[in-house]
Design a protein around this ligand. Structure first.
Ligand code: NAP
Ligand code: GLV
Length: 312
């Protein structure tokens, strides 16, 4: 009976039971135990989302760690976990499509000025607002991996001109793909809507700051569903206050949950979502997690094992 240490969302028991039931559909003898209990010491694998890493480090029998999300920054944080322990992430088309829906919603709200019309309704104003010609808008998608590539393609299908940015060269039909540090500025300068779907690494930490916001065109829209630490929030607030960024839609923050005293809440042209753009779905993700656990048990390298040196 394989024992798997589990931690997600403050050790929520209901969530643990849901995961165990979903995993049992593919591996009936599987046994999930809370990370913070004695039995976890016997686990060879741990399923984790934002777990206390000092407790993970104490598990002496661990052969691998599995992220309960597509991002792994919460496991690699502060370099606490031994570099020799493989880290596996979820790559789920369901999540890529969920993200795509959320980004499309955000982009269309900007393009169709939804919130301007909501404000007019409050004052019973029945009047067309200035329309934006979407065919002339350029959209930048920073990070065109498992999630960003789907988002880029779906936006292109809707009639937007899309530029993508990655670390290494990519070829995606219909998308103007760019790569490498030097091309970052080109996208900042030439696009009207900027969408961050990057993983958090030392290279992407604080990448959206005063200097990058200033390079964007006046009135740009900024959307972030990558990680909060990629944005210098004070700089974003300044850019939104001045109108240089006319609209920002955020799903992730430097500190989560977003503190009640954060000024982000108060800025009218910033819209706040509580990290829900693409939530992990136990139903669609269970099969690949079981496959990873079986690979680990059989001494094989599971698919979607991250390259530790890259940090994603
Ligand atoms: P992925 O498949 O690893 O794709 C990452 C993309 O970012 C790749 O295109 C990669 O380039 C690019 N990249 C990484 N470092 C870069 C750098 N220094 N410069 C330029 N490009 C760089 O990751 P994913 O599965 O799409 O997920 C991306 C991120 O989305 C996650 O790490 C997580 O932070 C976030 N996320 C958020 C939510 C949410 O609900 N808000 C849900 C899921 C995921 P290469 O293609 O060259 O490697
Ligand atoms: C969510 O943020 C994820 O990384 O899956």
């Amino acid at each position: 009976m394989p024992i798997i240490a589990f931690y997600s969302k403050d050790s929520n028991v209901e969530l643990q039971n849901e995961w165990e039931n979903r995993l049992k559909a593919y591996y009936p003898s599987i046994n999930l135990v809370p990370l913070l209990c004695d039995q976890a010491g016997k686990a060879i694998t741990a399923l984790l989302w934002k777990a206390p890493l000092q407790s993970v480090k104490k598990l002496n029998n661990l052969k691998a760690l599995i992220s309960l999300g597509q991002g792994v920054d919460h496991i690699l944080k502060d370099n606490i976990i031994d570099h020799n322990i493989p880290v596996i992430r979820i790559v789920d088309p369901f999540m890529a499509k969920s993200m795509s829906h959320w980004v499309i919603l955000s982009v269309l709200n900007y393009v169709r000025d939804t919130f301007g019309y909501y404000d007019q309704q409050l004052n019973k104003i029945y009047k067309p607002r200035k329309a934006i010609n979407f065919t002339t808008l350029k959209v930048a998608v920073y990070g065109i991996g498992a999630i960003g590539s789907v988002v880029a393609k779906d936006l292109n299908q809707l009639g937007f001109k899309v530029k993508g940015w990655s670390r290494t060269q990519k070829h995606i039909s219909g998308i103007n793909c760019h790569y490498g540090k030097n091309k970052f500025k080109d996208l900042l300068k030439t696009c009207d809507i900027h969408i961050c779907l990057l993983p958090l690494t030392p290279e992407t930490f604080g990448i959206f700051n005063n200097s990058s916001f200033k390079m964007m065109k006046y009135g740009s829209c900024f959307i972030n569903a990558g990680r909060g630490e990629q944005v210098v929030e004070e700089h974003l607030i300044e850019s939104c206050k001045s109108g240089h960024i006319s609209s920002a839609i955020l799903d992730v923050y430097q500190t989560e949950p977003l503190p009640k005293n954060s000024i982000l809440w108060e800025q009218k042209n910033i819209k706040i979502w509580p990290h829900v753009a693409a939530e992990t779905n136990p139903e669609t993700a269970a099969k690949q997690i079981v496959n990873a656990i079986k690979c680990i048990e059989n001494g094989k390298k599971p698919p979607n094992t991250i390259k530790r040196i890259l940090g994603y």
